[in-house]
Design a protein around this ligand. Structure first.
Ligand code: PMP
Length: 369
């Protein structure tokens, strides 16, 4: 089946193979006589789905044994409260502002912590650059340091995670990796906790992934809701309350899809990383040689997942989007806060989708230049 290419920032495209398998299993999952949505989360069928999903994710992201994998609800924005409720001990937290999502995190944390300290900010450059880690003003004795490793709106990505120890900082690093989880490997030696909503690279909205180092559990503030206390969630294998069963199932199918991916002798997340680099290079190379389009983000921190770009003549925006839709290139309108266009090219976007977009952009440029 020939589906259009969907460049949505999220909820975003899911691999067709995953959707097809879910459709085939919808009425009767593996002879159980039920769909996954209709099963008890405590029954053996769902437990097997959950255990497989967790094991596959642990393998794919090489999550070390001292980290717990939690399947929660509430999305990235709820984590902006849940993380300080669990980790802050109500003291000081350092934030690195690299775009809208880290700004939102710092704002929310102020409700729970005495000092949500801004250690660095890229705001002066309208978030087109990332402040170098060596320049961060880290607090002594902070409970943790928060970064958003891929800013979905501004299109800024940490090409590698900061090494806080090398900066003389003992605090754990908290990473919002919502919009590039599973697009590249993670260096867990630099991470205390990582969280992300599933609706970009892992599956449907409603599932939130938290991967947290064990020693950070058990320090929640008294006001932390039990269902959001990481220790309670971990002690109950993410089943203290009813987990988002459908989301876990689709994420599990997506993990199996990731395991099947190959690229130049690589498999799994490494294969996707290679493909994501090739996709992003193709797009940026075209935009950079064009005088018709522009991407303003500094080359050393350009996102491989979310690419905001602008037509230099913005009066052509509507015509650009209409022509794209006609070609089966969907959801390219930029976020309302920055305008222009945005191409989100998550794991599920094949290189052919980026080629089709670049081809359309070239033709549009030739017709309108
Ligand atoms: N963080 C990032 C990086 C995001 O891209 C998003 C959603 N686009 C969020 C947090 C918020 O996630 P949710 O809408 O699931 O709360």
């Amino acid at each position: 089946m020939n589906r259009p290419y969907n460049f949505s920032a999220g909820p975003a495209a899911i691999p067709a193979e995953v959707l097809q398998q879910a459709a085939a299993e919808m009425l009767d999952w593996h002879g159980s006589g039920m769909s996954v949505m209709e099963m008890s989360h405590r029954g053996k069928e769902f437990i097997s789905i959950y255990e497989q999903a967790e094991a596959d994710l642990r393998e794919l992201l090489a999550v070390p044994p001292e980290f717990k994998i939690l399947f929660m609800q509430g999305g990235g924005l709820a984590e902006n409260a849940i993380v300080p409720l669990n980790l802050s001990r109500a003291g000081t937290v350092d934030f690195v502002l690299s775009g809208s999502w880290s700004q939102k995190s710092a704002k929310e944390a102020r409700k729970y912590v005495a000092d949500a300290h801004i250690a660095a900010s890229g705001e002066d450059s309208q978030f087109t650059t990332l402040p170098a880690p060596e320049s961060w003003q880290l607090s002594r004795g902070a409970s943790y340091v928060h970064i958003c490793s891929n800013e979905t709106i501004h299109g800024v990505e940490f090409q590698e995670l900061p090494d806080l120890k090398a900066l003389g900082c003992d605090a754990p690093l908290v990473v919002d990796f919502s919009s590039h989880v599973a697009s590249r490997p993670v260096d867990w030696s630099r991470v205390g906790l990582a969280f992300g909503g599933a609706q970009k690279n892992l599956g449907p909205a409603g599932l939130t992934l938290v991967i947290v180092r064990e020693d950070l559990l058990g320090h929640a503030l008294p006001a932390c809701p039990s269902a959001f206390d990481y220790k309670t969630v971990a002690d109950n294998q993410s089943m203290y309350n009813t987990p988002p069963t459908w989301g876990i199932y689709i994420a599990g199918l997506t993990f199996q899809w990731i395991k099947r991916q190959t690229e130049g002798g690589l498999t799994g997340v490494a294969a996707l990383q290679a493909r994501n680099i090739a996709k992003a290079d193709l797009f940026y190379q075209y935009v950079d040689q064009s005088s018709f389009y522009v991407n303003k983000v500094a080359a050393n921190c350009r996102s491989r997942m979310n690419i905001p770009f602008f037509l230099r003549d913005e009066s052509r925006n509507d015509a650009f989007l209409a022509g794209a839709r006609e070609r089966g290139l969907l959801q390219l309108k930029g976020h309302k806060s920055v305008g222009g266009m945005r191409a989100s090219i998550y794991n599920a976007m094949p290189i052919a989708g980026v080629q089709a977009l670049v081809e359309y952009m070239r033709e549009f440029e030739q017709r309108n230049a």
